[in-house]
Design a protein around this ligand. Structure first.
Ligand code: GDP
Length: 346
């Protein structure tokens, strides 16, 4: 597996690596080539470049582009404690049993720190640690200007190009990440469990709009059947066209793996439906659009930072504060100075 050394180093400070070692300059084509052949260190290194917002990323993404588009990205969401981590591990086992190469990306949208320690917590994953066809990686995203929408798709591209058939994306920590994860995935798994008030929570959190497959975990506990019934009723109420996907509901005991094969079948069925209905294409187009936008907006903000540092803004602020100008006119002047900046740059 590809987990790198744990670190507490903030992101965005390339080229100092996790653990404080200074990295030697990498040959990007070499790294890309190695990652494609499944070299775990190269994969880990490329994801670190994403996490560090390295200036080499442009070249990395250009190098990876021809080899992407094969992996099925599966997002896993649900309230803390519902069993996401246990289920992810059980899913890895089931997917490996069917011969698939699997990537796991645990994203912590609430932390600016790299997640070595956080994955270290996730002992369950260690049973996959020696499997060369499983890549497990955690990643912090708060350090990035563009957050989840900026860094996660790029890390997914690395795992995709490395030949993963399926990449499981799990968010850890808290944050408004569930819907965001759904936007990044081909297939979104929503986990619920009895005794957590999940039925009501699901309706509240808008989870009913994002699930492609529902999993009622902790089926060994009382009330799992009831959660399934409630969920089925709620899903039935949603308006759907004749040929729309009807999200299946699986019951699992993630700790023992019971029911997990059914989840894998549902994931496969969803993929097949997406391919035949054109939905896969639509989702990938939407994702590419979001990704381009996130990169462009991040770049704009970085340039805005430059403008912000200029005395112009202070001058304008003085005029607005003194009532000599109004904020709209001042904003126009600022935007004009942007354009001048652009035309002055070759
Ligand atoms: P996460 O916070 O959503 O990632 O949840 P975890 O995977 O860490 O699981 C939370 C707790 O629920 C842990 O103590 C697990 O051992 C337990 N758990 C997970 N799956 C099951 C299950 O199917 N049945 C029962 N009884 N407990 C489970």
């Amino acid at each position: 597996m590809s987990e790198e050394n744990p670190s507490t180093a903030p992101t965005g400070q390339a080229p100092v690596s996790r653990g404080g070692r200074r990295r030697s300059a990498a040959s990007v084509p070499d790294l890309v080539e190695k990652a494609r052949t499944g070299d775990a260190r190269a994969v880990a290194r490329l994801i670190s470049l994403v996490e560090d917002a390295s200036p080499l990323l442009r070249e990395v993404m250009a190098g990876l582009a021809p080899y992407t588009g094969n992996a099925q990205i599966v997002g896993i969401t649900g309230s803390p404690g519902v069993g996401k981590s246990t289920s992810t591990s059980a899913l890895v086992t089931a997917l490996r049993a069917s011969g698939k190469r699997v990537g796991v990306l645990a994203v912590d949208p609430s932390s600016p720190f790299s997640g070595g320690a956080l994955l270290g917590d996730r002992i369950r994953m260690q049973e996959h640690a020696t499997d060369p066809d499983v890549y497990i990686r955690s990643m912090a995203s708060r350090g990035h200007l563009g957050g989840l929408s900026w860094s996660t798709p790029q890390a997914l591209r690395v795992l995709d190009a490395a030949g993963c058939d399926v990449v499981l994306v799990e968010t850890v920590g808290v944050g408004q990440s569930e819907v965001e994860i759904a936007g990044l995935a081909d297939t979104t798994l929503v986990l619920l469990a009895p005794g957590m008030g999940d039925g009501i929570q699901a309706a509240k959190a808008g989870i009913l709009e994002i699930g492609d497959v529902y999993v009622v975990n902790k089926a060994d506990r009382d009330g799992a059947e009831q959660v399934r019934r409630d969920l089925r009723n709620m899903i039935a109420l949603a308006e759907r066209s004749e040929d729309a996907w009807r999200p299946p509901i699986a019951l699992t005991v993630a700790q023992t793996g019971q029911g997990v094969d059914e989840v894998v079948e549902a994931i496969d069925a969803h993929r097949a439906w997406m391919e035949s209905s054109g939905e896969l294409e639509r989702r990938r187009m939407r994702r590419a659009r979001d990704e381009i936008e996130a990169i462009a907006v991040t770049a704009l903000r970085a340039r805005w930072g430059d403008v912000h540092a200029r005395t112009e803004l202070d001058d304008l602020a003085e005029q607005v504060a003194a009532g000599k100008s109004d904020p709209y006119r001042a904003a126009d002047s600022l935007l004009d100075s942007f354009t001048e900046l652009d035309s002055a740059t070759p």
